[in-house]
Every structure is written in C-alpha cells, then in structure tokens.
Design a protein around this ligand. Sequence first.
Ligand SMILES: NC(=O)NCCC[C@H](N)C(=O)O
Length: 483
Amino acid sequence: MDMAVENRIHVTSETGKLRRVLVHSPDSGLGKVVPSKAQDWLFEDIVHLDTIRRNEYDYYIKLLLYFLDEEKIKGRLAEIDDPASNRGFYKPGHGDFYRSDKVVELQVLLTEILENPSIKSQLVASVCAIEACSYDIQQKMMGYAPATLARVFFSGTYNETEFIFPPIPNFIFTRDIGIVVNDYILLNKPKKEARKREALIAKYIFHHHPIFSGYKDRIIELTDTQHHFLLPKDSATERVTLEGGDVMVVSKEHVLIGVSERTSRVAAAQAITKLFEHGVVSKATIVKIPSKRDYMHIDTVFTQVKKNVWVMLGDFSRERLKGLQVDEVHRALRIQTHKADRLEIIQFEKNNIANPRRFESLEDLLVDISVSDLGCSAADVRIILSGNNEFPYDAREQWTDSCNLLAIQDGVVLGYDRNDRTTAAFREAGFDVVDVNTLLADLEAGRLSADRLVDTLVLMPSAELSRARGGFHCMSMPLLRDE
Ligand SMILES: NC(=O)NCCC[C@H](N)C(=O)O
C-alpha cells in the first residue's frame, strides 16, 4: 500500500519496535467518578485527577515521546515541567500541546472529525440515542464547538459543571477500542455498558479520520447473530462481545483471541472467521480463561516481553496445572481444585480448520509461539511469573497489572512500580530495572539513547493508575511496529 509513513498502520508482533501508538490522557471524567458508581464504571476506587495526570500518566507520555518522537521532547524536559508552564504540553487543545503523529492523542482525532458538520450531527445523534438525551439537549450540543463537544463526549459535562451524561473514564485504555492486526483494524464490541460510548466514538474515528483513510476497506466489525434479536435477554444465547485486551498479534500469521469475562465464544469465532476470510492471518488460537473480574482480558494474565520472554500468572503454568491432577473421588464429586481447570487453549490453522490443536497449559502455548512462530530455540524461552509465583503475591500483583506490560521495543517493557516480587523475578531473569525518573534524566543528559536499551523493565508510578484496573498494555493501541 502506497502511503506516507506518518499515516501507516501495521502491527505484526507484540514486541517489534513501537513506531506509532494511539493513547488518551486522563480527561476530567476520571475526576468525576463517584464511589457509588465506581464499580459500574469499572473503576476499583475513585482516583485523584491531578495526581494521576501529573505524577503518573505524564511520565508515560514523556517516555513514549522519547522513544517514538524524540524531537518533541529532547532538551525540553525542564521547560515542559516548569510549574509556570502549567502542564500545557500535556493538554490536548492547549497551544503548547505536544501534538505528535507518532504518539497520537484520541482527543485530537475526535476534535478533528467533529469539524465536519455531517459527522458531527451523526455522532451527536448517536451519542444522544445511546445516552437517552432529550431532543433539546441534542440541539444544544450541535451548537458546541468541536473541541468543546469532544470534551463533553469524554467527561459527560459541559463547562465542567453541567452534567449531561456519565463520563467514560475507561477511554484511557485505548487497547480495548480496537486492534491493528497486520494492516487491518478489528473494532471492538464491548460487553460492558460503561464502555459503549467509547466504541461508538472509536468507530467514527476509524471510519472518518483522514489518518485512517487508506484503510477504509480494512476495518473489520463484528455483528450480533440474527437470532439474538428475537430471543429473550436472559436466554442462553451468547452476545457477540469482544474487547481489544483479548486480542494479541504474536506474529505476521498468528493472532491470539481470548475468551473471557468480556469476549464471548461466538465473538471469538466470528473474529477468527473474518480474519481468515480476509486473509489477514493463517493461524488463530483461542485462549479461554476463567470468566472473572480479576482477569477481565487475556492481557491481564500474560503479555510478551521479548521474542523469547513472557510474563504470566503462575496459575496457568505447566507446573501448577500438573500439581492439580485430581483423584477419582474429587472427580466424582466434581470438586474443582483450581480455577485453572477452566483454562482451554485451541489453535486453528486456516488450511486445516477441522483439526484444531490443543495445549495443556498457557506456558506450552507461549513456548510454542516463541519457537514455531518466532524462530527462538526452546532452551532460550523464559517465562517470568507474577509475584515470582509466590502466594499471595502472585494474585496480588496480577491484580495490579504485573502481567500487563507494554513492550516499546523487543525486551524493553513498561510496568508498574508496585509489583515488587515480579520486579525481583525480572532481575533474576537478567533484566535491568530502572525507574522512569532516572531513565528520563539519563536520556535527557545524553548518557543513554533509547535505541540502545536492551532487556529493561521500566518502573512507572502507579498508585492512582492501578485503581482503574489496567496497565500499560491496556493504555496503548499500537498502530505501527517494526516487524
Ligand atoms: N486490556 C485491559 O485489560 N484493559 C483494562 C481495562 C480496565 C477497565 N477499568 C475495565 O474494566 O474495562
């Protein structure tokens, strides 16, 4: 496809050097989550807006810019973070905003598509329909300027005071709105009510923003099955729902799709069929994990660190599963000894769909990907376990996203600073561990260059962010990676 590099999308791995990524900085909607609604809005607690921005997310933006768009930031750290600048660099719409075509901010894209009167009226009508707004409010919204309207769509308030509908605080987790698979975009169909407006906005952005204009015929959307509309709500039929945290592109030909609390089996089946039909990949593996809040998506229980290194929750390891072989008495009484009993892994090859392959443990699958898809030798594959596989730290640290890391290049990953035992396990596996402040200071002083970094876990501040229940894998939608 002939296209300016700055508008290219192409993702064929989880760890190839990240070149372009879609993100969304915490908007004021995060500061409007009320305790009684926090769980409905999928937050574990209320967060402090200024802290989550200034002391946490801003570091993520600085680091991404250093790795993806260095000229925007190099030599400017002191000025950007000078209190007199009042964070203008981080505020979409502000004159000093960093605005990058590599670290792409959703709010900018939304504002830009709203400049088009026809898209504006379609989107206003659609949002008002799902939020059940009055016609009067709908007309009022049509009068808002694009930047104001974008803020209303995110925060749910006009002028920060007038509440129109609830905020969509989970939009910071851009991974979940869509996934680039090769040069196709697979859009989400969220399970949770709280994430429906995100999916709607995302759909309009991918279909209408000029940076995606070269991919109009490469957007894949899932649809509900026909009989779904006719059956009662509580019937046994599954809804078609899929969220991006359940999709991982592990090689040019191979995609993993989770079946989880959020992604249904019918959705996974439909996604695989469509990806095969369009010739996007030739191999697809279903990873079915227990349906529970702790796990949510497959990227909360494992992510890839390097071609031959993965981090995962020990519950799904070979060792743990072997130790769970139940005896006949337990089997007869149907006593489930462990949640991992409900792990199921089935792999389909496009040319041999009738004969899927099964894997006994997640570890077996990850080793097979490193060896069969990525050409590593089996002896070199390392699996790092959450909380160093020690109870109760394994579960505690998985809950705070020890397994949800973002690789910005092969072997260089971002994770939360609170997962001490997992960090120790990284050290044991030979990784350097560096906190983001030190790394940024070294990059700024020229003591280090981003390209030279190898085998490093970068620790990011996380006290507030982790209450939103997602890590940096969730907070990124890669648009372009090196192969
Ligand atoms: N991919 C991910 O695991 N995303 C995390 C989403 C967290 C958000 N609070 C949610 O529950 O949907």
